[in-house]
Design a protein around this ligand. Structure first.
Ligand SMILES: [Zn+2]
Length: 168
C-alpha cells in the first residue's frame, strides 16, 4: 500500500518538472517593507560616559556630563528639592542640593541595568543586551522552561519604561 502511494508521488514530481508553473513572477512583496517595530533604541555610547541609576522604582541609563547625570536629554535631579545628584562612595546617589537625601544606587557597570531589572521581560532584556552590547545575567542565559509568547512583551506595555522605547 505504502509503496504504491510513494511511487505515485514520484510520478507527480516528474509531471511537475515537465510542465513547470510560472511561479517566478516578479516579486510582488518587495513593495511592502516589513513594518519595523523598534523595541529598544540604542541609548548608551562607548564614546561617552554612562552609568546606571537605581532609584526607588526606576532604573535608568544616565549619561554623565561634567559629573552631572542626564537621562533622556534631561538632567536627573533630586525628586524632593530638585538639587543636583551626587555620587558618593562610588555607588551611592545623594542629593547634592538643599535636602541632601539619599536617592538610590549608582553604578558605572551598565550591566547592572539588568541586575536592577531596568527591563523585566526576558525578550526585551535580550534585545537591550544586544543593542547596548551588554551582558545578560546568568539567569537570562539559562534555558527557560516555557516558550515565551508575544503576550509577554505586551504585559509591559503599560510599564512607564516603555515610553522610553519609542522616544527620540
Ligand atoms: Zn534634594
Amino acid at each position: 500500500m505504502t509503496r504504491s502511494f510513494q511511487s505515485r508521488l514520484s510520478d507527480f514530481g516528474e509531471v511537475e518538472e515537465e510542465t513547470p508553473k510560472p511561479i517566478a513572477s516578479p516579486k510582488p512583496f518587495v513593495k511592502k517593507p516589513k513594518p519595523e517595530r523598534k523595541l529598544w533604541k540604542k541609548t548608551t555610547s562607548k564614546d561617552e560616559e554612562w552609568g546606571v541609576i537605581h532609584l526607588d522604582d526606576t532604573v535608568l541609563f544616565v549619561q554623565l556630563i561634567d559629573g552631572r547625570m542626564h537621562a533622556h536629554g534631561m538632567e536627573a535631579v533630586c525628586k524632593w528639592c530638585g538639587g543636583v545628584l551626587e555620587v558618593r562612595e562610588e555607588t551611592k546617589l545623594f542629593c547634592g542640593g538643599k535636602c541632601g537625601r539619599y536617592q538610590g544606587e549608582f553604578s558605572r557597570d551598565l550591566n547592572d541595568y539588568f541586575r536592577w531589572e531596568g527591563v523585566k521581560s526576558y525578550t526585551l532584556r535580550k534585545i537591550v543586551a544586544e543593542v547596548e552590547a551588554l551582558k545578560l545575567e546568568a539567569r537570562d542565559l539559562e534555558p527557560i522552561s516555557y516558550a515565551p509568547h508575544w503576550s509577554i512583551l505586551y504585559e509591559y506595555e503599560d510599564d512607564p519604561e516603555n515610553e522610553d522605547l519609542t522616544k527620540e
